[in-house]
Design a protein around this ligand. Sequence first.
Ligand code: FAD
Length: 666
Amino acid sequence: MQANLFTSFLDNLFAPSSSKRKSATETHEVVIIGAGVAGLVAAKELAAQGKDVIVVEAAKQVGGRVQTDEYKGFLLDRGFQVFIEAYPAVKRQLDYKALNLQSFLPGALVRAEGGFHTVADPFRRPQDLIKGLVAPIGSLTDKVKVGLLRVQATTTPLRSVFEAKETDTLTHLTKTKGLSPAIVNRFFKPFYQGIYLAPLSEQSSRMFEFVFKMFSEGGISLPARGIRAVPEQLAASLPAGSVQLGVSATRVRDGQVELSDGRVIAADAVVVATEEGAARKLLGQALTKERSTPLGGRGSTCLYYSFKGLAPIKEPLLILNGEGAGLEAGDGAGSRSSRSSSSSSSSKGKVSTTKKVVVGGKKSTTSIAALLTKRPSVSSASPLPASSSSSSPKIPINNVVFLSSIAPSYAPKGKTLVSVTIVGTPTLPDSLLDKTVREQLGPWFGAATVEKEWELLRVYRIPYAQPKQTPPTGPSFVQPAEVRGKKGGKEEGGGLFVAGDYRNTATLNGAFESGERAATAVLAHLKSLEPEERVFKDGGKDGGRSGGGGGRIISSNGQKVGDTATSDAPTSSTSSASSTSSSSTSDVSTPSSSPTILSSSKTPIVSVPSFLSRQPPSFSRTSSSSSRTPTREATTVFSRFRQENERGRATIKKVVANMIGQRRNA
Ligand SMILES: Cc1cc2nc3c(=O)[nH]c(=O)nc-3n(C[C@H](O)[C@H](O)[C@H](O)COP(=O)(O)OP(=O)(O)OC[C@H]3O[C@@H](n4cnc5c(N)ncnc54)[C@H](O)[C@@H]3O)c2cc1C
């Protein structure tokens, strides 16, 4: 009885698992899941090597978190983002000239002590030296130390930055570099909290050094067409039909990708280039055994305002709130104003974020966490009437930018576009958020002007702007691109790779670099495959894509994306794209210069699952463009598969029968 049970269990285990595995409807050399910048860079590198690549993207546009919406003639990036020109991987991949970059001035303007003060970069703007020296943003000694830091940053090789001893940024600045609380609170704190969306105590000193080096070596800017120009340039470099929009991967298994539209793609290599949450859903154990819990994310909120006429500050500068910026999360470096109203406790690096917020003129203790939302959203404005007496908890703004002073193309003629960024995603309704922002900006730019002339355009809440990389980050930020390669897993499911910013530094550069690394690993994997191990047989030709002329963007339903009026996130439950994209349903149009992206394939070709899988190969051919019959190769694969399967089953049956026999005898 026992023996019978065991044998039937083994029979099940080794039975051809056709019920678990579907027949592929098309094959490709490489399938990439996710058309964020990481996936697009991987695709670009592989396509440049003549590989047959297909990218499937859940959203209706490429770019992932790097998006721009057009609204009432304004260009609204989905959350304030800047283009850091010195990023090495980004420089390798993009044609900067074609991006038509519009530059910020080096340095920043800091709001402190009731006025605006210049934090100069005298190396690139010597004319700002005196202004910078007299500004009440730290002592003269601080300014000399920052100058030395800059020299050190430009002369230290990048590699050493990531090999340096790691601590948190607050300790690094105050203890290691000996900077005073004044310069840390008024400049470094709002500046770096705006970048890493977390208190300095939760940021790695290596990331501080990395970004400081980037800012010291190059400018910051915005593409004239909005930040979306970055992914669109990458996508435009791919062959026609390589990117399929509005279709999400629902399952990844044994070299096969199942899609939300019912198709099943078999490939020699699969690259999962989604956010970490989506990758963990798709890959399960393959990723969860690496780390049991996900990194989690950090968010930001961006309010866009517009008004008629010119900006009160004409210079193209980032304006930082040096009067208590960002969330006070007990990092010990609270500004004077916030320190008096914040109560925080820290135990073993854990921080409680209870803060006294001003509600209706009275102080009340509210958990900051309770004010944070998890879901992404974008909403068009419905501001509170100026006369409203509703109280608004004070959520400190982090930075303000008059975007049309940086890139005039961001606003219609005669109008100014302003972005206001808040660290985190408060749950306050838009009206109250708008109110607290106006209350804070009134003293900066004139209460009557801000109240009456500024029109709120949209509010973007982005809970997952970047993965949380809290120190200690381990020996390196870099995580392997190969989840299961041929070497590591000659068993089922070899040829599986991952890319995304969570595999590298949580930056645009990290995402680009992870895409490059994934491509390199895929190329090595493809090279290592024997011809009979290959799923994709025609050496890079056709690849099952439906053809079509260039210059059009067509979604999976065959509709031109440029014709649709939607910019919404995917609806698939397996995709976490919805957690990063906005849910806007209007006002988006894709410019005609956009990349060529064609509909999903209608020409499935021969499907030959990897011989490493446990399913006999199946052949389904519906396209005349693919005139192959089951070849000798495929027949060899088939017989090898059967032999191995049967041999394995017989051996294990024998061993188990022996074990049971021995136990009985004993
Ligand atoms: C508001 C904001 C400001 C930022 N500012 C900066 C900055 O100034 N400097 C900087 O360096 N970085 C910045 N970043 C971070 C940077 O944009 C990201 O690190 C980078 O874009 C991540 O790219 P990615 O390709 O790894 O991931 P993503 O962009 O998240 O791409 C993943 C893609 O996978 C798709 N997907 C998910 N699941 C599926 C599925 N099942 N099937 C198919 N497709 C799927 C998603 O729709 C998405 O398109 C900012 C980010 C935000 C949001």
